[in-house]
Structures are given as structure tokens and as C-alpha cells.
Design a protein around this ligand. Sequence first.
Ligand SMILES: [Zn+2]
Length: 429
Amino acid sequence: MVRKVSDGMSEFFGWFPSTIFENNTCIFIPNFANTCVFDTMEGLVIFDVPIRQFGQKTFDELRKVTNKPVRYIIFSHGHFDHAFGYDPFIEEIRKKGWEMPEVIVHENCVKRFEKYDTLDRYHNWINKQQFSSVFKGERSSIVSARKILDPSIILSNKKSSYSFKLGDLNFEIFHDIGETDDSLWLWVPQKKTICSGDLMISSFPNVGNPFKVQRYPKDWALAMEKMRDKNAEYLVPGHGRLIEGGENVRDVLSITAEVMHFVHDEVVKRLNEGKWFEQIYHEMVEIYPEKFKKHRILRDTYGSYRFAIHAVYRLYHGWYDSGNPTDLFPSKTADISRELLKLNSEIKYLKHASKLLSEGKMQLALHILDIIITGTDEQNKEILIDALKLKLKILKMKMKEEPSFIANNILDNGAHQIKARLYGLENSI
Ligand SMILES: [Zn+2]
């Protein structure tokens, strides 16, 4: 089902062994996303379950370590990789006649599950693009919220924290918004451990995901600062390896808070200066400080600083983002391209795109090629095939130097569409 992903991503998706820490009482099980289990005298507290396909694997791992009953399940948020792999745990509870566990979520998680039900096929379609290199050929739904575990304790927006005690451990749950509006994070003081969910991942935060709804950079920074002030020794991120040691934990939380403040405040400053998106974006790329670029936790492994700029802009701005009235009610791209092709032949554009590529201007070459690809007559097969082949070559070149998994999959999807079109065109000659 799941294919091999690039080396940079294998750590992000948890292809490494489980870790047991704090005298065998904290069990960290990575499987795509991370699960952390706290073993108390009165039973287990589970923070996040994996994707549905890995539920059994995580369950088996846990049962190698402890046989105690599950008493609490906390969902950091309702994404498919954190809240759906619960089946084996519930089956065991039913078989053994144990009491059902408390299931703790935020009220926006309940709304999220309702939204998934409404937009089931759409979410499946966008997730197949975002995760295309992992789920290639997967026919079944990646996300299906048709079946969910009913929550028993729901945190509301009015009361954004909740505490309980099990055995001799205190569990303090907090709500903050960041990647989602339903985020919960956990602080276990006796174990000096924070479980952050996707508020911390082993990558630049997934704050400006190109496929997904609005996310919250400033609030994300504030959540990081709240976590930092707990002075934890262990940080269980939503994805990636366990972060150990007070200094390391403090460092990753501080730098993430800092970069989120930076991207937020610098975009806001430019909005206040009356700048439009294109100018803001290119200026922001120019001024990105080296200390963020170089920090291991802020690598563009999954999310990207470039996406984060969009996130802040979209948080405050409408969809009219160019400041050019031409763009208010634009013509179809194909019609514009056809007019440009009346002024200059396809072959001229093709030669110019090749020249740009030879000068290392890949992005500009793509724009020029798109004039041919979108504007030329379908009968004009040979030139269309040449343009598509050149675009395919450029997309592959860009993939080689693109660090972000999400960006890479977008390029990869584009490359596959071109291959399919080329196949059709070449077979019809
Ligand atoms: Zn996740």
C-alpha cells in the first residue's frame, strides 16, 4: 500500500523504531504520524492514533510493552493521520469487556469530522495529490471520515484546557490554533513531556499548505511559546523523531516561534505599506534570514517558508491579489495564449523556452512553454509534443532540487499528467 518515500521523508513519516523513555512509562511509536502512550498504574493514556492502515501495527508494538487497558485517547487534531487508526484498540476493549475509554477532542474536531463527511471525495482527491508519492495507485480512500470514534470529552472554545489524573500522573491538555483550529497539546509534568501533535513536526511548519484551508501563523508562534515555558525534557512531535533534552526542546520551540512571528510580522508590515502579493512574496524570499534557513527543524522537508508567506497574506487579504484590474475578470488562459501565438509562432516560443532553460531560467521557461501548451491547436501535434517534453524535462529538473515533499508531489503530479497526454498524442500520430 505504502511506497518508499525519499530519504528526507522517511524520518518525517516515522520509518524508524519505537522509543521507550522515562523508565518504560512513555512509549513513543512512530507510524506515519507519531503515537505516544503513557503507562500509569491505572491504565494507559494514548495521545494520537496512526492512520487507519497502521492501526494494527501500532497496536502490536504497544502490546509488546504493556497489557494494561486503554483508559484515555486524546486526539491532537482530527487529521486522517492522527485520529483514525483506533480499531484494534476498541476491538480489544470489547473482547475483554473493559470499559470504553474517554476520548478527548476539541469541539472544532467534531465540526471537522462533519466537514469531512460533506467533502469526502474532494479531500480524497486533494490528499491523493499531496501524498501522491506515498499512496501511488491507492484506489481506496485515504481519508474517510464515514467512521469515527465518538468523543466523550469535548473541549470548547470557551474552556481551552482540561486536566485529569490517572495513576500518579497528571495530564494537562491545552487548545491552541496553528495547523488547524482543533489542535490540542498535552503536558505531563511528572514526565516532563509535551506531545505537540502537528504544531511541531520535523520540518518547517505546515502552515501554508497549498491544498488546505487557512492556517494560523501568529497563534502558532504563541502556542510554541506556551510550550517552551513548560521547560520540558521530552517533546513528542506529530511527525519525526522524539526530541530529547531540555535545551533541544527549548531550542526547537523558540526558533519555530521566532520564524512564525517573523513571517507574520514581515508580511503584515508590507500589507500596511500597500504592497500586493507578488511584491511581498519576492521580497520575503529575499529577506529570509540565514539562521532560519540553516536550522534543522525548519528545513523545507514538508512545509515551506515560501508557502507560509501565502498563509499570512491569505489570513488578511481577499482574492484580488495583483492590484491589476486586468486580473479582476480575466479571460481564459487558452484564449490569451492563442492571441499571443498569432503574434509569434509556436516554434519561436519553443526556441525561446530552450534558450531560457540553457540560461538556467527554468521558471521563466515554463511560463513560455505554457503559451504553446495551452494555446496551440491540438492538431499541431509535433510542436505540442516538443513543448510538453521540454516541460516534462524541466519539471523533473525542478523536482531534483525541490526539498519540500508537498511541492515535489505537485511537480510530480504535473509530470504524470504530461506523460499521460504525451502517450495519447504519440499514439494518435
Ligand atoms: Zn500529521
